[in-house]
Design a binder for this molecule. Sequence first.
Ligand SMILES: [Fe+2]
Length: 343
Amino acid sequence: MKISMLVSLMTAFSIVIGNAGELVEVHQDHTLDHITFGSCLKNPSGGVIMDQVAKLQPDLFVWLGDNIYVDTNDRTERFDKLYTKLGNNPYFKKLQSTCPNLAIWDDHDYGNNNRDRSYPLKSEAKKAFAKFWQIPGSSPIWKRDGIYRAHEYGPADKRVQIILLDGRWNLDKQNTTEKDSYLGAEQWAWLEKILMRPAKVRVICSGVQVVKINTMHNGWEMWGRHPEERTRLFELITRHKINGVVFISGDMHVAEIFCTTKTAYPFYDVTASGMDIAHPHSGKFLTKNADFKPVGPPLLDKNFGGIQIEWGANPKLTLELRNSEGKRFHSHSVPLSALQFKP
Ligand SMILES: [Fe+2]
């Protein structure tokens, strides 16, 4: 266990309360040098890959959704049953004891495949999610239309925001081009406030891919299926000149890095999925168009992702895809200075 982790465990985090909905958990004594993340764990008693994550002794692990597969419209008991299995999983326990774990949900742990705002068990799902991920009764999620929230780590000169989006609670699958068909009005307003807070790096966590628009697999969900909302997200970052944004995402049963350079600075999206599912979709994932392109090859093995941050006078981020043995399959380094608006 890293010394910084020990410090983190011993030091209570502070909570910043601003205007309504602006509450953020700040862990300023816990600097993030290595953020890891993954998604899609089909067997809550499996997931030996969690051992490989733990071996790296990261500073954080983010669960990007489909963390369990509830897959029901009426059997409420499945939430507790599957979360209990995951909680009893020794690999999970080891990962939990190694570093802080944060989580969002995607469709399968929200409740069922591709479900949206109309899902009948959404309140039950929220209670089960909060109980399992130890989100306290004082958390702002209880007053919100979803589980979105944010954590901040490290001192001011190394501050990293982890922005945890909820892409399910307000999702409107029937009116995909409508305003607020993705995050909902309240979450948009909250996101804008969060992004205005000072930070060096901002990791925006989404259940589904943000940058890529996949034209070859129509069944897969992504921000690109709500094109106006995807544009709105990029314009929000642009309008306020928000620096240091990196997206991470899950869902796809493949790991890959995509990038768009049609924005003021390159927006990267590191997709890590799945932790115990290797889905041979073939190289069709390397789709590209004028708006986005792959950064390196896709990883079709079980996987997790990472962002290593070398702090210092000229901080550098290394985006990485790791295979089932925990080895780097592909990485891409970018100076933090390249993720900035020009003065
Ligand atoms: Fe999913």
